[in-house]
Design a protein around this ligand. Structure first.
Ligand SMILES: [Zn+2]
Length: 52
């Protein structure tokens, strides 16, 4: 049995595997990425208004 690590969306608390969790990425400032919340796709689009 394969264990998949699940992440919880910070907004809606749904649990998804890593491939379905997104974090805002700023190529110029890694610290922003580290502090950004983990969000499911729907919440990510809602929060940032665009696809990754
Ligand atoms: Zn969500």
């Amino acid at each position: 049995m394969v264990k998949t690590k699940l992440y919880r969306c910070r907004d809606c608390s749904v649990k998804k595997d890593g491939s379905a969790i997104f974090q805002y990425v700023d190529g110029n400032n890694i610290s922003i990425t580290k502090n950004s919340p983990q969000l499911c796709y729907d919440c990510y689009v809602k929060k940032y208004g665009k696809d990754k």
